[in-house]
Design a protein around this ligand. Structure first.
Ligand code: GZL
Length: 328
């Protein structure tokens, strides 16, 4: 899937290069009256809550520069009302395209209808909305979080294959109401429901941050007499939990096995030290694909409604070798 997208991307990029040359050369690029192929994107980012988010922001900003796209960027500090305000401001500024990662799934129809009324196309990146009105956005570029949750549980099932003893699990959930939290929870639950030895004793949001992940893990350690596994919806919460586990005199990765999602460098380092057992990758480097998508949308070309990013799973034995080439 990723190879196809990459090929399309390359072709798309080639088309952009050719049209740029032709708009400079004899043949024009088909824009009536030599219309500007400059693009202005209004981008509303969730916040700066995690290493993943920082890498995602850098990817979008670097890609915009490389593509010659004017980027109006706003950081919502993980508040939906700030994203709604930013989208309204982008509408006022008459940007060409609005792109955003919705901090939570619900509550977007009103503002997206305003963008539609203003004839400004919307691209979802990273996270999805639960709107039933498909006309409110042209494309959703990002990971399949249900699949990520399933991959996390697949590792657990394999790890405890053939063992009958109960496996006591605690879960650090992502931001309440967000697509990654909802879907990583449901994907994981779907796989383990087949085996009664797997018991999720406690599940609480750590809001995708290290500080909250540590705080909630401290509470789990106090309230749960025996924890075998921590399933963290992102690396930052897992890394915070590792601090809590060590401060409680236990060995992360051994006394309490840790499953995490994202694949930031710090998680690979922790994995190479034996403190995290498996990382399910979630790719934040969406910038180039977003810019290519935006150029096609601006030109009125048809685009795929759903573009999934290609991602892997990394276990402890692979961590040290993979670390040097990690890009985020
Ligand atoms: C997933 C992304 C999540 C990451 C977290 O695509 O939305 O938000 O897993 C980030 O690290 O905070």
């Amino acid at each position: 899937m990723f190879k196809r997208a990459a090929a399309a991307l390359a072709a798309g990029a080639m088309a952009v290069v050719l049209s740029a040359c032709s708009s400079g050369g004899a043949a024009n690029d088909g824009a009536a009256g030599g219309g500007s192929d400059k693009i202005t994107i209004g981008f509303s980012q969730v916040g700066a809550e995690s290493g993943w988010r920082t890498a995602n922001t850098k990817s979008v900003q670097d890609a915009a520069k490389k593509a010659g796209v004017t980027l109006k960027f706003s950081d919502a500090q993980q508040k939906q009302e700030n994203q709604i305000k930013a989208i309204r401001s982008f509408i006022q500024q008459k940007v060409d395209i609005i792109a955003f990662s919705p901090v939570v799934e619900s509550g977007w129809d009103t503002v997206l209808k305003e963008a539609k009324a203003a004839k400004i196309p919307v691209i979802l990146t990273d996270r999805a909305v639960d709107s039933q009105d498909e006309s409110l956005y042209v494309s959703f570029l990002g990971s399949d979080f249900v699949e990520e949750g399933k991959r996390a549980a697949d590792w657990l099932v394999k790890e405890y294959q053939g063992k009958a003893d109960p496996v006591n699990i605690v879960q650090l959930e992502g931001t309440t109401g967000s697509a990654p939290a909802n879907d990583r929870k449901s994907g994981f639950a779907d796989v383990i429901k087949g085996d009664p030895k797997f018991k999720v004793l406690a599940s609480q949001t750590g809001d995708f941050t290290r500080a909250k992940g540590k705080e909630v893990m401290q509470a789990f350690l106090k309230s749960q007499p025996k924890i075998d596994v921590l399933y963290a919806h992102n690396d930052d919460m897992a890394l915070g939990a590792i601090q809590a586990i060590e401060e409680a005199g236990k060995q992360p990765g051994k006394d309490i096995k840790i499953i995490s999602i994202d694949g930031v460098k710090d998680a690979f380092t922790a994995m190479s030290q034996g403190k995290i057992n498996v990382v399910v990758e979630c790719n934040p480097l969406l910038g180039d694909q977003l810019m290519e998508l935006a150029k096609k949308v601006k030109k009125g070309e048809s685009v795929e409604r759903r573009i999934k990013t290609e991602e892997g799973v990394f276990t402890q034995d692979q961590a040290a070798a993979a670390l040097p080439s990690r890009q985020y």
